[in-house]
Design a binder for this molecule. Structure first.
Ligand code: SAH
Length: 215
């Protein structure tokens, strides 16, 4: 399998044809070896237009969904970013190419450990994987220029919004109980502009402020 050719085809056929035009996002997705972030028996499907199971009932998001969320963040390269839901670490690795510094929270310790190791192997040095519940953000390192949530959340909470810098962006799937909608929040001083985009499908956000309570 020619992985680089598979990545080029993924970018050309799944992203460029669907309004992903940020050259930095396209380049990052051309370079990160997505097949290394999926279980060995699924590697040959890694560049297909769909999400894949990564164990622990979790998934690696569809390439288009990753690109779409990251394009909405509008990163230039100088930002500090928070990701909630590391999973296998794929989106975190892409983020590492788009921003200066990335903190990524994962609630399942085994997944956090695995992605931390993989990112280290790939010499991704500006992404720090933190084991823990990110449903309330990660105040310890706030504020962030951008926050991206990779699990369906009950709302765009003020808890998260208040961890944004002025002008900062929060991108997350919001599930109001009937449907899951990709939502983009931009901070403007004390005002938060909230826009809803297309339907999407994500595993539920767990933890204290999540939808699927662990208690
Ligand atoms: N970004 C990943 C996909 C993540 S799937 C990728 O690129 O492959 C969503 C992940 O969110 C799962 O691994 C799940 O365990 C994690 N998650 C769910 N609730 C969480 C919470 N409250 N805090 C941190 N991680 C959470």
């Amino acid at each position: 399998m020619n992985w680089a050719a598979a990545r080029d085809a993924m970018v050309r056929d799944q992203l460029e044809t669907r309004h992903i035009c940020d050259p930095r996002v396209l380049q990052a997705m051309r370079s990160i070896p997505r097949h290394l972030f999926v279980p060995p028996d699924l590697q040959r499907h890694a560049y297909e237009d769909r999400a894949l199971a990564i164990g622990y009932e979790q998934t690696i998001s569809q390439p288009y969904m990753v690109a779409s969320m990251l394009q909405w963040l509008g990163l230039k390269g100088h930002e500090k970013v928070l990701e909630i839901g590391t999973g296998g670490g794929y989106q975190a690795a892409v983020l590492g190419q788009l921003a200066r510094q990335v903190f990524s929270l994962e609630i399942i310790p085994e997944l956090a450990r695995r992605s931390r190791e993989l990112l280290q192997t790939l010499q991704v040095t500006n992404v720090q994987v933190v084991t823990g519940d990110g449903s309330g953000g990660y105040p310890a390192e706030s504020p962030y220029d951008a926050i991206v949530v990779a699990a369906a959340s009950p709302e765009a909470s003020s808890r998260l919004k208040n961890q944004l810098t002025d002008g900062g962006r929060l991108v997350l799937p919001v599930n109001d109980g009937s449907e899951c909608v990709l939502t983009v929040v931009t901070r403007n001083g004390t005002h938060f502009d909230e826009k809803r985009y297309g339907r999407c499908a994500f595993v539920p956000l767990r933890g204290l402020y999540g939808v699927a309570s662990d208690s």
